[in-house]
Design a protein around this ligand. Sequence first.
Ligand SMILES: [Zn+2]
Length: 303
Amino acid sequence: MLQRPVPWPNDAKVACAITLDMDADSLVHIHHGENALTKLCTTSMLQYGPKVAIPRILDTFERYGMKQSFFIPAWCIQNYPHTVEAIVKAGHEIGFHGYIHEAPNQLSADQEQHWMGRSIEIIEKHTGQRPRGNRAPLYHMSDQTPDLLVKEGFVYDSSLMGDEVPYILKTTAGELVELPVSWATDDWPPYVHCADLDYQFQIMPPERAMEIFMAEFEALRAHPGGLWIGVWHPFVSGRLSRWMRVEKMIDYMAQTGDVWFATMEEIARHVQSVRADGSYDARVDTLPYYSENQVPTELQGKA
Ligand SMILES: [Zn+2]
């Protein structure tokens, strides 16, 4: 049922990446500016990520011998340098996730280019490497983001939702591997409840949240060649009850023998290599999808 199943290493059925978007309190600042200074509860809730959850998450990954990918706004890297140092020292990948979680599609072309460049410098300074991957804050990629990523030498993006297998984004500047995500494996809908962030979902118990995440996994196991990406947040999924359930999930996934746990960079580079040796014919999306308004004048605004 997958049109273009990827031949994963060692005949694995599913490539799995547990990605952690460490937004920390960038979220309260970008949403509230000066008013953020008096929002102590939300600040504390978000600081739980770097202060409490990340050490717990790193400990789990070390015990399981796993390397994974963390997407971190550059402002967070500057404000939590020791947390980031621990992530890097453990051998995990750091990807680009905005400067302070601003939405790329709210910026002018010049602004987006400026803040991407500045963030890359900060990432390079703190991790010793330029980022290879991007996840747009809140998935708010702009129509020029793919072009900019190609020009800055990125290998992959992980902000779009167009498939269950990787595909190629082709722009006039070149190509990127897209590692697509889904709201079905994002921890925001089942867990986040915070008026200051304009999200007030009913909180689900970890067992139910995991049912949603694992439904995606089991479908991919039944139809080999796909990609399962957890888009999780340390302050959300790193809470004790939820993270205990994540460890059970990792145990289960590992014992199936069907999984390739990898960093996002490893997955993207594998896709590049099977394309290069001719063993995989990837879907290619040529961008931009549209360059002008598709709605006839008299139908505009009639949604
Ligand atoms: Zn984020």
